[in-house]
Design a protein around this ligand. Structure first.
Ligand code: SF4
Ligand code: SF4
Length: 128
């Protein structure tokens, strides 16, 4: 399937993150060390490929940036000094700026029993 290239999306990711996505050499170190890959639709390194291709739609349908816990493991290990966590945050910001909330309160069980810090952190990360 031919991907519709969205240069504006690529430029926005780089502007918000302050990182050069094209510097990635696809070594896979970020994916290899990420503690949350088992819950991700696609590996962090694959997200880079999609960003370079300007495949905005292909990225937004994945859960990778929402599962990312911004733990910075990948950022400190990247041989090209790319701060991947900042790129994940940039992609999240692009979605949230479109006024799309990623938290569905109706499907959170035992909300009142969850740690307050976790709830606040979730809202800061995933709501517009
Ligand atoms: S570790 Fe860095 S260079 Fe390697 S695939 Fe990940 S982002 Fe690209
Ligand atoms: S910052 Fe995100 S992508 Fe990177 S290792 Fe941590 S959870 Fe994985």
């Amino acid at each position: 399937m031919k991907v519709k290239r969205d240069q504006e999306f690529l430029d926005k990711v780089e502007e918000l993150s302050g990182q050069s996505v094209n510097a990635c050499i696809r070594c896979g170190t970020c994916s290899a060390g990420c503690p949350f890959v088992k819950d991700m639709d696609v590996l962090p390194e694959r997200i880079f490929k999609k960003i370079v291709l300007g495949d905005k739609e292909g990225i937004l349908e994945k859960n990778t940036m929402w599962i990312c816990a911004a733990c910075f493991t990948c950022s400190v290990r990247c041989p090209r000094d790319i701060d991947i966590a900042k790129i994940m945050e940039a992609v999240r910001q692009i979605v949230l700026r479109e006024d799309i909330d990623m938290v569905d309160l109706d499907h959170i069980e035992n909300l009142e029993e969850l740690p307050q810090l976790a709830v606040v952190g979730c809202f800061r990360k995933e709501t517009a």
